[in-house]
Write a protein that binds this ligand. Structure first.
Ligand code: HEC
Length: 192
């Protein structure tokens, strides 16, 4: 009897600790409209390549480049919105490759957001009417990780020692596709 009371007490303690012990990330199902509007305020250079990110993006701690949830959402959107039809899984096709780490319009988030949102003159359709501002940023964060330049900034939360092989977004670009007869560009980024 006493033993049972002890084990019930122990189970209750475990429950209380489990409920209170883990600090969960707060996630909203919908971005606050004022924040979404502020994120739209991308100040591009006159040639529409690169520029300043909106102040709110920096204030939020650049969530779309560093947060595993947002990157995973971006990956899902990449499939859902048919980016692969023209860009493949990053190796390119009708559209340019991302895996080679070369960006015609710059590697920064603002450039990529603008490419997706407003389109680009030589065949990149605008997606501004098809997805929300948050989705565009999530997608841009994911697309940026495909290019080798940003491979090191977008590691998942689990420490690398616990990974059995390099995280997907840390794997060297060269291993993910056959570069063909043209050698890879030396600026492609460091080996992991
Ligand atoms: C109909 C084909 C097509 C589809 C679909 C498409 N793209 Fe593109 N994309 C292009 C082409 C072509 C370019 C090159 C445009 C140029 O050089 O002006 C491009 C350029 C880009 C760039 C700029 C690349 C750079 O080097 O700076 C980004 C980023 C991009 N696309 C992302 C996306 C994403 C994300 C999606 C899915 C939502 C998508 N694209 C869907 C054809 C497409």
């Amino acid at each position: 009897m006493r033993r049972r009371a002890v084990s019930t007490g122990f189970a209750a303690l475990v429950l209380v600790l489990a409920a209170g012990g883990c600090q969960r990330e707060e996630r909203q199902t919908r971005l606050d409209p004022p924040i979404a509007a502020a994120l739209d305020g991308v100040a591009l250079m006159p040639d529409r390549i690169s520029g300043a990110p909106p102040a709110v993006y920096v204030a939020l701690g650049k969530p779309y480049e560093r947060n595993a949830f947002n990157l995973a959402e971006g990956k899902r959107l990449y499939g859902w919105f048919g980016c692969a039809a023209c860009h493949g899984e990053g190796e390119g096709g009708k559209g340019p490759a991302f895996l080679d780490g070369w960006w015609a319009y710059g590697p920064s988030m603002v450039s990529i957001v603008s490419s997706i949102r407003d389109g680009r003159p030589h065949g990149m359709p605008p997606f501004r009417d098809k997805m929300t501002t948050e989705q565009i940023w999530q997608l841009a964060g994911y697309v940026q990780t495909i290019g080798a330049y940003s491979a090191k900034t977008a590691a998942p939360g689990r420490s690398d020692a616990k990974q059995r092989r390099p995280a997907e977004n840390r794997a060297p670009a060269a291993l993910l596709f056959d570069p063909g007869p043209t050698p890879l560009h030396p600026d492609q980024g460091p080996e992991p």
